[in-house]
Design a protein around this ligand. Sequence first.
Ligand SMILES: C[S@@+](CC[C@H](N)C(=O)[O-])C[C@H]1O[C@@H](n2cnc3c(N)ncnc32)[C@H](O)[C@@H]1O
Length: 256
Amino acid sequence: MSAPIHGNYKNYYSKRQSNVNGIDSRLDALGEDFCHSLRGKRILDIGCNEGKIAIEIAQRYSPEVIHGIDIDASLINKAVKQLKLIWSTTKPVEEEKGKRKRVDEPATVQPNYFPVSMPSIFGFVPFPESMKGFPRNVEFKHADVTRMEVEDGSYNVILALSLTKWIHLNGGDEQLLEFFNNAHKMLSDGGVLVLEAQLFKSYQNAVSDMRQLKETFDRLEIDPSQFEKILIKQIGFKKVRHCTGIRDRGVSIYTK
Ligand SMILES: C[S@@+](CC[C@H](N)C(=O)[O-])C[C@H]1O[C@@H](n2cnc3c(N)ncnc32)[C@H](O)[C@@H]1O
């Protein structure tokens, strides 16, 4: 198996133990008000891994759409499967004109209502054709954010959680700055970049495990403690708010 040089860890969430109060610790740190403000928004989750956060947001906070992208196709396949599994084990809430609807409000989501053995015996429950909202509001795609086409103003919210270290260590300062610029471009006016940047110390850990990243690491002139200054002064974000939860390393919300 090749080394996860993009942070493309398998079974990341079973190792990370990142839940607080029943939701991902980063969402917990962002707070209820922010999470509820995601309703009706267009969201891009860059480096979505197995789709845990994208699915959680799609199900609990009803965005218009959340697109999850990842550089590793096998993780995207897992994310798609995970979405089908969650849809198949979530409690259906009401019958409306003979159509089965499912919950999309945080207070009523019951994701483990049916045992996992049900879909493994009977197969996944198909997604309804005409329904809006979960699970139709989440889509996964295999893509490298440093190579994809960027459409101006296409998202209201961009999530970059535990991602910057991997872009930085693979593509150097140049690619990191290009990424920040592209994130800014893809946001609508007033849109937000939600950034959970890894600390420099954790770069050193990654490089000692994966020597192929050392050459780029040795050439870096920017370090994560400078990100805020760069995003505001150089890239053009207007303001930043820092959120710290119980178990996360700090998430920042940059507004365009
Ligand atoms: C450490 S994981 C974090 C997963 C998730 N964002 C979270 O915080 O729970 C980093 C993820 O970013 C993905 N990734 C790294 N570089 C990427 C790139 N250039 N484009 C898209 N995804 C990338 C990896 O494959 C991996 O799934």
